[in-house]
Design a protein around this ligand. Structure first.
Ligand code: AMP
Ligand code: MG
Length: 358
């Protein structure tokens, strides 16, 4: 609902591959439509697997939700009151992963900024959001506390924070981690090929010969950029400032916040990261938005990311050589170019300015 889908997906089966039908389910979880497509699996078995996947995702949604009552809300309340709170293994892993990512990104990715996300009005299921931006004094006060996942520690089956201002918010990573957990489960259940797509952020794999996936990457402003072919196993995640924002007095404020300034990021419109895990792709896309046009390339190198696509406000594309190699640019024919004039939704804008950044 909040997220404009950046992809559409096709399963390509060459020759006699894909003999078994494709099974499909859709749920509304994590504030978005989740589509699961299974290939190379029996129908009855697929229905059982999909029902289990839906249950798992619903549990993750309940446990990790930043403002609906559940495990994470209890933990954040405990932190604010200087207490510890119980947690389960999955949430513990999510916290540990977030701590590592905060260090690796030099603080661009900080899952301890729940208080700031809330200050800016994003802890709501109502949309559109028109909350006025917080005052400079409120932002400065938040900055003074330096909330961070580094203040979080574990005591047996409980979690505590030495900083009462640290409030966990996994909005920048939860879908990536969820997708990885589901893919592990599907592989263990013997599903030969699948796509787990959470509102345009996805992981796809195929263990079946001559069967692969095509992911179409849309330009955030208009049209189609191209296709990524996934033959083995890859995650493709996009962060953008057009997906979820507060609109107040004609001004838009993006939901991705720079933990060092306490303010929304602005100069990149979207970042798409292709990586081997959903967790890495999801966190990296968010962190590169924060690093901005000046910093994204250096950060992507230090995170050892290979395939990255950035779109700036003018619609210009920046790509790493690995993304250039993976992304087959969409080149419309004459008729389609003519159609651009009349149907901007359906066809690509031609002639995006592209820079390959080595
Ligand atoms: P994504 O769409 O994956 O980039 O995630 C955006 C969400 O991550 C926001 O809605 C917030 O919940 C959270 N978030 C915002 N800024 C940051 C940040 N700098 N580090 C980590 N999480 C963030
Ligand atoms: Mg993310």
């Amino acid at each position: 609902m909040f997220k404009k889908s950046i992809v559409f997906i096709t399963l390509i089966c060459s020759l006699s591959a894909c003999q078994k039908p494709v099974e499909y389910a859709q749920f509304y979880i994590f504030g978005t439509l989740v589509d699961i497509t299974l290939a190379d699996v029996d129908k009855v078995e697929a229905q059982q697997i999909l029902a289990q996947v839906q249950q798992d995702l619903q549990q993750m949604h309940n446990d990790w939700h930043p403002w609906e009552p559940g495990m994470l809300v209890d933990i954040n309340r405990a932190f604010a009151e200087g207490r510890c709170a119980p947690l389960d293994q999955k949430l513990k892993e999510l916290i540990v992963a977030s701590q590592t990512l905060e260090k690796q990104t030099g603080g661009s990715f900080n899952a301890g900024i729940g208080g700031l996300v809330s200050l800016w009005g994003f802890h709501t299921s109502d949309y559109p959001i028109h909350t006025p931006p917080p005052s400079t004094a409120a932002i400065d006060k938040w900055l003074q506390f330096q909330p961070s996942t580094q203040s979080v520690y574990f005591q047996g089956d409980s979690v505590c924070s030495s900083n009462p201002a640290t409030q966990l918010d996994f909005g920048g990573i939860a879908k990536g981690y969820a997708v990885d957990l589901i893919v592990d489960k599907l592989k263990a259940a013997g599903v030969g090929a699948a796509i787990v797509n959470t509102g345009g952020d996805l992981r796809a794999y195929s263990q079946v010969e001559r069967q692969y996936w095509h992911i179409a990457v849309r330009h955030p402003q208009q049209g189609l950029i191209g296709l990524i072919e996934i033959t083995a196993d890859d995650a493709v995640f996009t962060s953008g400032n057009y997906q979820r924002y507060v609109e107040h007095q004609g001004q838009r404020y993006a939901h991705i916040l720079d933990p060092r300034t306490g303010r929304p990021v602005s100069d990149i419109v979207s970042v798409t990261v292709l990586a081997s895990s959903g967790l890495q792709a999801d966190a990296a896309a968010t962190a590169l938005m924060v690093a901005g046009l000046k910093g994204w390339h250096e950060l992507s190198k230090s995170l050892q990311l290979e395939a990255v696509l950035v779109v700036d406000e003018a619609g210009k594309l920046y790509m790493t050589p690995a993304m250039d190699a993976r992304l087959a640019l969409y080149e419309p024919d004459e008729d389609e170019i003519a159609e651009v004039e009349t149907n901007t939704e359906k066809t690509a804008k031609v002639g995006w300015e592209i820079e390959i950044v080595k």
